[in-house]
Design a protein. Structure first.
Length: 354
């Protein structure tokens, strides 16, 4: 499958004319009964060779990790990161293979973090002794600073990888590392904050959502790599927002009553409104477990104990399928309610040229 950025690249290279590219997009929109902007495309596979290369690369990375660990613990992550970078020079920079690029990015970032963790482990006794000497009553700042340093270096490594290879998921990986730094510092220096950790998680999720929207608004028709970057940022932000909100509501703390269940369903409807407005489905997927549990509680409270899960799956599944089938007209109504803000959102539909 060819992405929007591939088509634009072909136009820039002179392989096809701009009119031909427009005609191709119109044809695909008509054949799929949906404009490309509403399909939320992102590159994962360019062919079965992606899977083949990914399996081979994973085997090499596991072997390097095993070999490194047998020599010196921090060497495991170092070898993984170095190998991932080296493989990316060919499979990402030259071949532009989607799935291997994602795997190699995650392996590089994970290897950098693992190498630092290995250094902490082998020097654990010395670090613990220093912490007790300087923070005898509260060792949390030491732990927080160490975690923040690991996160900061990992975020820096992700930035270097982005500058070299421009893999869309890299920005989200770096953003998650930055969030990790902030949370580590908060918990490290304010130990009681761990009891309220979902508040900063929610704030971080909303901030990441805002960054994702910045990338989205820079490519409203979703034809370039910027749209792919926004996709991964939305995917990272959604669970932070959904999980934090529902945890703050105490959904899983105890059996919920009808009022709480209705509140959860109402919040899910609000998420659906946002998802339709920004044309991203990540929020709906991330909060699905909570609305399933809420709906189950309603059916169980109504007396359908044995069939509660069956009714829940049927109702929620049918609702989501209907939403998917009527995504365009529903989204048109939602965007129509937003007035001038709609000019900053992805267009409602692509008008085919006759």
């Amino acid at each position: 499958m060819y992405s929007e950025s591939d088509i634009d690249g072909a136009v820039e290279a002179g392989a096809i004319t701009r009119d031909a590219a427009t005609a191709l997009r119109d044809h695909i929109a008509r054949s799929q009964s949906a404009p490309a902007v509403d399909e939320e495309h992102f590159r994962l596979l360019t062919g079965f060779n992606d899977i083949f290369v990914s399996i081979a690369a994973a085997a090499v990375l596991v072997g390097m990790a095993w070999l490194g660990e047998s020599i010196w613990l921090p060497l495991a992550g170092t070898l993984v990161a170095a190998t991932a970078w080296g493989l990316a020079e060919y499979f990402t920079r030259k071949r532009r293979m989607a799935l291997p690029s994602i795997l190699l990015l995650l392996a590089f970032v994970g290897g950098v973090a693992a190498a630092q963790a290995g250094l902490i482990v082998i020097n654990g006794d010395a670090i613990q002794a220093w912490g007790k000497a300087n923070f005898p009553d509260h060792p949390e700042p030491v732990i927080g600073v160490i975690a923040a340093i690991i996160g900061a270096i990992t975020a820096g490594a992700a930035w270097l990888h982005w500058r070299r290879f421009m893999v869309p998921i890299t920005v989200a990986a770096g953003a998650v590392a930055v969030v990790g730094v902030v949370l580590a510092l908060i918990v490290g220096f304010i130990p009681t904050a761990k009891d309220y950790i979902f508040v900063p998680v929610l704030i971080a999720g909303l901030a990441m959502f805002a960054v994702a929207m910045q990338w989205d608004m820079s490519d409203r028709e979703r034809r370039t790599r910027r749209s792919d970057v926004a996709f991964w940022l939305h995917l990272a932000a959604a669970p932070m927002i959904a999980h934090a909100l529902f945890q703050l509501l105490g959904v899983f703390d105890a059996p919920i009553g009808a009022a709480m269940a209705i509140a959860v369903i109402a919040l899910y409807i609000a998420f659906a409104f946002v998802a339709l407005a920004v044309d991203r489905r990540a929020l709906l997927v991330s909060s699905l477990a909570y609305v399933l549990y809420a709906m189950y509680s309603l059916f169980e409270g109504a007396g359908a104990v044995e069939l509660a899960w069956a009714f829940t799956a049927l109702v929620i599944g049918s609702a989501l399928l209907l939403l998917s089938a009527f995504w365009q007209p529903t989204r048109a109504r939602v965007v129509g309610l937003l007035g001038g803000l709609s000019e900053r959102l992805p267009p409602v539909g692509r008008i085919a040229h006759a």
